[in-house]
Design a protein around this ligand. Structure first.
Ligand SMILES: [Zn+2]
Length: 133
């Protein structure tokens, strides 16, 4: 234990449909870091555990933008996880391992299309706003 124990937190499983501009999808979403979890971290981190081989993925993100920079990490054990990431008006096919830097104000959406792995979403603020892209 000790004074730094408060810096270590369990992720909270939350339905993706709770997030603005997102609808339900067959994936596991964990809120890992937020102002509710550690206010001083000034960062928002969520993780999606996805298996797009087993589950047909619907369109679960609507195009949106933030007033803060966002980073997406696409990771898998076998390097076969593939996402479609839309940035402004262009859709990019992105395979693991990859990072996507999304500057504030850039319209974006993401969808797992095949493979199995982990999608990490980091927003470099814990007090950002999300608006229609
Ligand atoms: Zn976003």
């Amino acid at each position: 234990m000790g004074q730094n124990q408060k810096l270590i937190k369990k992720g909270n499983m939350e339905p993706i449909s709770k997030i603005p501009f997102h609808t339900d999808a067959p994936l596991k979403r964990f809120s890992m870091l937020s102002k509710k979890i550690i206010p001083d971290a000034h960062t928002h981190v969520a993780v999606h555990i996805v298996d797009a081989n087993k589950n047909e993925m619907p369109e679960y993100t609507k195009i949106h933008k933030h007033n803060a920079d966002e980073i997406n990490l696409i990771l898998s054990e076998d390097d076969k996880l593939t996402y479609e990431i839309q940035l402004d008006d262009k859709v990019h096919t992105v395979s693991s391992p990859s990072s996507v830097f999304i500057p504030k104000g850039t319209s974006h959406k993401a969808k797992a299309v095949s493979g199995k792995g982990t999608f990490v979403c980091i927003i470099l603020s814990n007090n950002y706003t999300t608006t229609k892209g």
